[in-house]
Design a protein. Structure first.
Lengths: 262, 262
DNA sequence: ACCTGAACACCGTTCAAGT
DNA sequence: ACCTGAACACCGTTCAAGT
């Protein structure tokens, strides 16, 4: 219901998971997804900077006016791509939550999903990065930004839930200052930063891509140890957990990433 | 000397701190700084997305061709602004290093400087964020990207130095996997992510701006605790250290930020 | 009610002519 | 050797006309 308030007749395609009153609305939503897929494909093929409204119009079966009925500006399109990326991220998070392990391992599984998503869909991750840029934020439509915020909240709640459970299990000390949302923010910032810096790092620079996975596991383990999230990394082999997450939950996607690199 | 290899006659203005052989080179470098200041001012005034090569040309005393002699593209200009931002950051870092305290406090001072810089120069921070975006990276000149990488290294070395000293003082456990550069990367990613997410968060969203400072201190303390960087936050009042850093090293800048907010 | 695409304003970039 | 700015190609956006 709260979705519907944010969705006028031109922007309800963002509510793709919700039901629709009529066929027209559904067709509109489907066309928007089609346009987004096309735009992402163009960015993949031609390079991120080469995406143009003209090219998108040329590649689709609709006119300029119709495309602008979906996206109020190029930046709005970019923001929509970011939102869509967060939707696929959320689906990965929910799969991560099914990992059969302790709460700290579950959180690791979510971090694995976050990193996997960036590797699997680099173009999508770039859209998320760009959407944090004022050039995009200044020009995206209000409805789009609102929807993005809602999704960000949904993603955050996945983290909150794990931290809360860990607290009530006494695997994590409770404290007024260290509320679940604070801890989620810390983990999110660390993962976002790690991904952004690794993605931006050119070939020769710093650590090679192979080290990246190790670095990310180290980073998150340092943070969780600092939270006194038990079992501590000195008490448990989280490299093995990481591998188990890879094998048991995301084997298919990991194979895809490896095929890409090769 | 290694600078000179990266600097052809059109791009040596990036070596502003180095000496110049002749007056022409110096004049060129000074003009570039003038153009950068102008560009930043325009972004401040008109909004990030409104910066245009046309407007920059109109605002300065030079022609289009001359501006393009400095910046090979708009993205190259953005990258130059990012580099310049990192130069002011480095200066703040070096001041932070003079803080009279233990190594962990020194690292905190550097983090304080990093955060302060983002608050003091939001436009500059946005340039850094944008420069991590492929749209910019794809179109910036090679020389510019090289110079940026050099500066990034210089910034990283500040962190490395602290971690290395802490290790040799046995304030920080030594380990093959946890090399100083790894720890620097972790802290950098956390700070970069925290700043980016807080900057992008709109007014209503999540935590208010007042909480941001507390969050950042908490985040970095969690990470450093996880590294077992002693004294641990349970053994020392780092909120007080944070305040001392603010008062003793950056009083002037902090006052400026407060005046801005008011 | 929605789609269309010509038309417009503006922006990034180049380069022949000038000094 | 460097500067100039007219000129060009392209891009984002709009909107009157059409269905």
């Amino acid at each position: 219901m709260n979705f519907k308030l944010n969705c006028n007749k031109q922007n309800d395609s963002t509510c793709i998971l919700q039901g629709f009153k009529n066929k027209r609305q559904r067709a509109f939503a489907e066309r928007e997804q089609e346009l987004l897929s096309l735009a992402e494909g163009l960015m993949d093929k031609l390079g991120f900077a080469a995406l143009t409204m003209d090219k998108l119009v040329a590649a689709c079966d609709y006119s300029k006016g119709t495309v602008y009925n979906h996206f109020s500006s190029k930046e709005d399109l970019l923001c929509a791509l970011c939102t869509r990326s967060m939707e696929t991220e959320l689906a990965l998070f929910e799969r991560a939550m099914t990992f059969n392990g302790c709460n700290r391992e579950k959180l690791l599984a979510v971090c694995f999903a976050y990193r996997l998503h960036a590797l699997l869909n680099p173009t999508q991750f770039y859209c998320v990065l760009s959407a944090k840029t004022p050039a995009v934020m200044e020009k995206a439509s209000a409805a789009r930004l609102e929807h993005q915020q809602l999704l960000e909240q949904a993603l955050g709640e996945v983290g909150d839930k794990i931290f809360e459970q860990a607290m009530s299990n006494a695997e994590l000390p409770q404290s007024e200052q260290r509320a679940a949302s604070q801890l989620t923010f810390a983990a999110w910032a660390l993962m976002f930063g790690s991904n952004a810096l690794f993605s931006a790092a050119s070939e020769a620079q710093m650590l090679q891509q192979l080290d990246a996975e190790q670095s990310i596991l180290l980073n998150i383990n340092l943070l969780l140890d600092g939270m006194q999230f038990s079992p501590l990394s000195s008490e448990h082999d989280y490299a093995q957990s990481w591998q188990r997450i890879s094998d048991q939950i995301f084997a298919e996607e990991v194979a895809l990433v490896k095929r890409k690199v090769r």
